[in-house]
Design a protein. Structure first.
Length: 248
């Protein structure tokens, strides 16, 4: 009887096709915009880091001019400075909110020092934020597994109290979410337990796929509580995991 009532309630919560399309389109556009911003941020960050690394001590001023001429996203300060005569120049990128910069000192027409400063890196910030959200999800899944959170919040919202099989599935999900967080931290370089980078890189893109499927599942859910909690959570984790995978 309770299961039948829960199923009827879940069905009544089902959004109309028009509403579902609007929500799905809005979420997709927001995530896509975030991904595009992440790509620009990451590429600007890489450009500053790579070009700064090319300006080794004793590099001629003419070579500095040539290197800076290859830049696509950088701004040099002071503007119009001639490396042949300017004692110090700095370049950074608006696309990553100037979170990284390179200060190049010259003397006698050659580089003496080139110092890279990075206030923060996008993959590290994204991995930490994803870790916080994943801890929330771990607690959520444990609550489902122990019956402390209504089953209407997950697994399609059919059951008010989850049956044993779905409780075990929630417990397993909690363990998997811990592993997901570890993979993201590994690929962002915050932890360093995995040998090499190929495993962490593959794992990070697998996490992106996982949260893509999770977001689709939440969008398709007939349970209003599940949609309200799951859609923003999985969309945020999709974007953050993409930032880690792409920029890591």
């Amino acid at each position: 009887m309770n299961a039948s009532l829960a199923q009827a309630s879940a069905a009544s919560d089902a959004p109309s096709p028009r509403h579902r399309l609007i929500v799905a389109t809005s979420v997709a556009l927001l995530v896509l915009a975030g991904m595009v911003a992440t790509v620009f941020w990451s590429e600007a960050e890489k450009e500053v880091r790579i070009l700064c690394g090319l300006m080794t001590p004793s590099t001629p001023a003419a070579e500095v001019t040539r290197i800076l001429g290859t830049a696509n996203r950088l701004e040099v300060k002071p503007a119009g400075v001639d490396p042949a005569v300017g004692p110090v120049l700095t370049f950074d990128a608006p696309a990553n909110l100037r979170s990284s910069r390179c200060e190049v000192a010259l003397a006698d027409g050659r580089v003496t020092t080139a110092d890279l400063t990075e206030d923060y890196r996008v993959q590290e910030v994204a991995a930490v934020l994803a870790g916080v959200l994943l801890l929330v999800l771990v607690g959520f899944q444990i609550g489902l597994a122990t019956g402390r959170i209504s089953g209407r919040m997950a697994w399609g919202g059919v059951h008010e109290t989850l049956p044993p099989a779905l409780r075990r599935a929630s417990a397993f999900s909690a363990v998997m979410l811990v592993a997901v967080g570890w993979v993201l931290l590994e690929h962002a370089g915050i932890t360093g337990f995995l040998p090499g980078t190929a495993i962490a890189e593959t794992g990070a893109w697998a996490v992106v796929l996982l949260f893509t499927l999770s977001a689709v599942g939440n969008l398709a859910s007939s349970s209003r509580p599940e949609r309200r909690f799951g859609i923003p959570m999985t969309a945020a984790l999709l974007l953050l995991s993409f930032a880690v995978a792409y920029a890591g």
